[in-house]
Design a protein around this ligand. Structure first.
Ligand SMILES: C[S@@+](CC[C@H](N)C(=O)[O-])C[C@H]1O[C@@H](n2cnc3c(N)ncnc32)[C@H](O)[C@@H]1O
Length: 171
C-alpha cells in the first residue's frame, strides 16, 4: 500500500500517477521552497475536506514553512494548532464545519485555533511527558502547556511558539 519515491520533490512528484488525489498530506521538509513545491503540487489534487499537516509550522528554525503555506493557501488560512509546533490546515474546507467552536490563540499577529488540541488531552500529556524527559534541554515545554491552555496574547515580536516560549519566564 506504500509507494516510495526516493529523491527531491522536484524530481519525483512527476512520477506519481497523474490521476492521484490526496486526503491527507504530512509535509515535513522544513524549508520554504520545498514546502512551496509540495503545496503547489498537492493543492489541486487535494480532495474537499482533505487535510495538510504542516510539520514545524510554528518552529522558529523552520520559518519558511508557514510563509510558504500562507502564500500558497492564503493569509486567512485557518490553522489548527497541533502538538508542539505542528499545525493542520483544511485548504478546501473543513470536512465537518462547525463541529467545534474555534478557540483562538494569537502569536506574532497570527491566529491559531487550539480547539482540536485542547480536546485531545493525550496531546497535552505527550508534551508534558516530553517536557519531563527533556527538562534540561527544553525548558519551554511547561510554558508551552500554559500557552495552549490559556495564556494571554503574546507580543507581536514573538514570531513562533518556540520564540514565544523564549520570552516567557519559568517560575
Ligand atoms: C525534518 S526532516 C524529515 C524527517 C522525516 N519526516 C522523518 O521522520 O524521518 C526534513 C527532510 O526533508 C527533506 N527535504 C527537504 N526538502 C526536500 C525536497 N525538496 N525534496 C525532498 N526532500 C526534501 C530533507 O532532506 C530532510 O531529510
Amino acid at each position: 500500500m506504500v509507494e516510495i519515491h526516493e529523491g527531491w520533490f522536484e524530481d519525483t512528484l512527476g512520477r506519481i500517477s497523474p490521476t492521484a488525489q490526496f486526503c491527507l498530506a504530512h509535509l515535513d521538509a522544513d524549508t520554504y521552497s520545498s514546502t512551496k513545491t509540495a503545496l503547489r503540487y498537492l493543492l489541486p489534487r487535494l480532495v474537499p475536506g482533505g487535510a495538510v499537516v504542516l510539520d514545524d509550522c510554528l518552529f522558529y528554525g523552520a520559518i519558511g514553512v508557514l510563509q510558504a503555506a500562507e502564500e500558497e493557501i492564503g493569509k486567512d488560512l485557518h490553522l489548527h494548532l497541533g502538538p508542539k509546533t505542528q499545525a493542520f490546515a483544511f485548504p478546501k474546507g473543513d470536512p465537518q464545519p462547525g463541529r467545534r467552536a474555534p478557540i483562538w490563540r494569537t502569536l506574532g499577529g497570527r491566529r491559531y485555533d487550539v480547539a482540536d488540541l485542547l480536546a485531545r488531552p493525550d496531546y497535552i500529556e505527550l508534551v508534558a511527558w516530553e517536557g519531563a524527559i527533556y527538562r534540561n534541554r527544553a525548558e519551554g515545554y511547561h510554558d508551552y502547556l500554559q500557552l495552549i491552555s490559556g495564556r494571554p496574547d503574546l507580543p507581536p515580536d514573538s514570531h513562533r511558539v518556540t520564540a514565544g516560549i523564549g520570552l516567557l519566564r519559568r517560575r
